[in-house]
Structure formats: C-alpha cells, structure tokens
Write a protein that binds this ligand. Structure first.
Ligand code: NAP
Length: 309
C-alpha cells in the first residue's frame, strides 16, 4: 500500500509513519519548510520512508506531493492542532486547519482521484480551532457526496511524549519530571474542572488504518468513552513519582480559554473493530515515566524513542 502522510513530523503522523513503515507500506511523508529538524528523527523512527516537501497553505505543492506519491491512501494529520495557538493566530488556524483541507482534497481530486483520504477531525467544536475543524468536516462531507472516498476520524483527546508543552498533559508531566529532580518552582495552571477523553496516540493511529483499509467512506468517532477531569490527570501525574500535587501547583485564571466546555468525550464508534488499549492510569504513568527518563538521560525530547521496538 502506498500512503501519503501529512503532518508526519507531528505526534500522530510520526506514530502512524512508524506503524505503517514497520508493516511494509510505502510511506511518503509530507514535510513543510526548507528544513525541519524533526525530519532526521522521523527517518530514524521509520526507516525507508520518503520525504516530500509540501504545505497545506500551498495548493501547487500539494498537487506535486500527491502526484509524486501516487498514493492509495492519504492521511491528513497536518494542521494547527493547538486550540491555544489557534486563539493567538486565528487566521492561520483557519487557513491551515480549515481551508488547507479543501486544498488537499482539490489536489487529490486532480492528481489521485481514486485514493482514500482520511482526515483527522475533532470532537472539539469551539473557538477558532473548533471552527476550522468544523469547516474541514463540512468540506469532507461535500467531497464524500461528490464521490471521493473521504473518511474522518473524529478524534477525542489523545496524548504521548511527542506532544508539545502547549498541551496540559505534557506541560504537567514535564513539570513533574522537574519536581522529581528537586525543582521547587510551582506549576501555574488554569481551571482543571473540564472532563475529557485521555487516549494514547499510538493506540489512536491504529484506528486510522482500520478506517482507511477496512471501512467505507464516513465519519467515525475515535475516542475512549472514559472521560476524566484535568484535576484527576494532575493528581495522578504527581502521585506517579510519590508527590502531592497540591504542594506543586498554583492556579492562574488567566490561563482559562475564552470559550471552554465542561465535557469533551465520546464513545468509540460501534462500526469499528478498533478499541483503545491503554487505560487512563497507565497513560498518565507512561507519560510521566518518559519525561523523567528523558530528563535523566538528557534526551533531546521525550518522544524521540521508537514505539514499535
Ligand atoms: P501535531 O503534533 O501538532 O502535528 C501537527 C503537524 O502538522 C506537524 O507535523 C506540523 O509540522 C504539521 N503542519 C503544521 N502546519 C502545517 C502546514 N501549513 N502545512 C503542512 N504541515 C503543517 O498534531 P497531532 O496531535 O499529531 O494531531 C494530528 C491531527 O489530529 C491534527 O489535525 C489535530 O488537529 C487532530 N486532532 C488531534 C487531537 C489530539 O488529541 N492529538 C484531537 C483531535 C484532533 P511542523 O513539524 O513543520 O510543525
């Protein structure tokens, strides 16, 4: 199977590239910019993958990428994925995460009309990030109705050591690793009451493959159906190294998002055989362990280890 993965230097794209390369797929990874330092790391994770240059902001580059890869499947995992960044740069989020999907579908239609496309959609529908994702979903549905095989994984939250500290999970586990190494600085966090899914990224990318290779076109919920609050995450993360979170965290209301929701959760789609494997407690312990090890071993970043080893 020939696959084109956009966002291959990101969390999900890198786990998917690793998984599919290990299973013998011909993997083409779309990477943007003149030079991305993660490209070398990606090559080590998934030997044999071919890197192509392309940007969701540039239609011609997408047409060239799709033509060169000539893919059976296109996985679109590229985008502005941080709701916080989307608030800071809303027009960029709209152009990349929203209109970028339209450009990619135009490129597929022009250069590889029979390819299956799998888009990473989101259960989050608020703020500039959610608005861009809703636009992309509507465009996917339209192309589906026009006969392209376009599917969506409607993702709940999922995490890994490859997430950036823009996200609460990584911000907390990096602070836990520092606290374990005797750093006394308190971690500043916004409200922790939101309840959400906490999946593991290596688990979730397995669902993408089933959606591409084992399902007809459609939108599929890829979530744990096991919501927990951010407060539970923080408490468990500090407890994983024997610390009491109340001695290490201070609250800062300025970190609250302008629009937030009380709960973000869905059950895994019943049409999928896929089910998440890593439960919440194990996820938290894994994330903490990776950041503690990365600090001890002086790794460039915690997600740099291979998953499939
Ligand atoms: P991520 O780690 O932030 O990765 C984003 C990727 O997109 C990076 O490889 C980045 O490349 C690339 N990218 C950014 N702007 C681009 C552009 N203009 N053109 C081409 N590539 C560009 O995100 P993730 O967590 O893997 O998420 C993957 C997808 O799933 C995203 O669409 C996200 O919104 C969606 N999703 C994720 C979650 C979750 O919990 N993780 C939940 C719901 C939906 P650089 O290395 O060059 O920055």
């Amino acid at each position: 199977v020939r696959v084109l993965i956009t966002g291959a230097t990101g969390q999900d794209g890198s786990y998917l590239a690793e998984l599919l390369a290990a299973d013998g797929h011909d993997v083409f990874a779309m990477v943007r910019g003149q030079w991305n330092p993660r490209q070398e790391w990606l090559g080590a994770l998934a030997p044999g993958i071919q890197v192509l240059r392309g940007d969701l902001l540039d239609l011609q580059s997408l047409i060239d990428c799709v033509s060169e890869a000539n893919p059976d499947v296109v996985y679109n995992l590229a985008g502005v994925s941080s709701p916080g960044l989307a608030w800071r740069e809303p027009e960029l989020a709209a152009q990349v995460t929203g209109v970028g999907v339209l450009r990619l579908l135009q490129a597929v239609q022009a250069a590889a009309g029979a390819a299956v496309v799998v888009q990473a959609s989101s259960i989050a529908v608020h703020g500039p990030y959610g608005a861009a994702k809703l636009y992309a979903s509507a465009i996917c549905r339209d192309y589906r109705e026009r006969g392209l095989h376009v599917s969506e994984a409607v993702f709940g939250g999922h995490h890994s050591p490859r997430r950036t500290p823009d996200f609460l999970s990584r911000k907390v586990t990096m602070a836990v690793a520092r606290a374990e190494a005797d750093d006394c600085d308190r971690l500043r966090l916004g409200p922790l009451t939101r309840s959400q899914d906490w999946g593991a990224a290596p688990d979730f990318v397995r669902a993408l493959r089933e959606i591409a290779e084992g399902q007809g076109p459609g939108a599929f919920d890829v979530s744990t159906g096991d919501p927990h609050t951010s407060a539970e995450f923080v408490e468990l993360a500090y407890a994983a190294v024997g610390l009491d979170w109340r001695e290490h965290v201070v609250f800062d209301d300025t970190f609250a998002q302008p629009t937030d929701v009380a709960s973000l959760s869905a059950a895994p789609d019943q049409r999928l055989r896929w089910r998440p494997e890593m439960p919440f407690g194990e996820l938290v312990r894994w994330l903490v362990r990776e950041d503690v090890d990365a600090m001890t071993e002086g790794l460039a970043f915690a997600g740099s280890r291979r998953w499939n080893l």
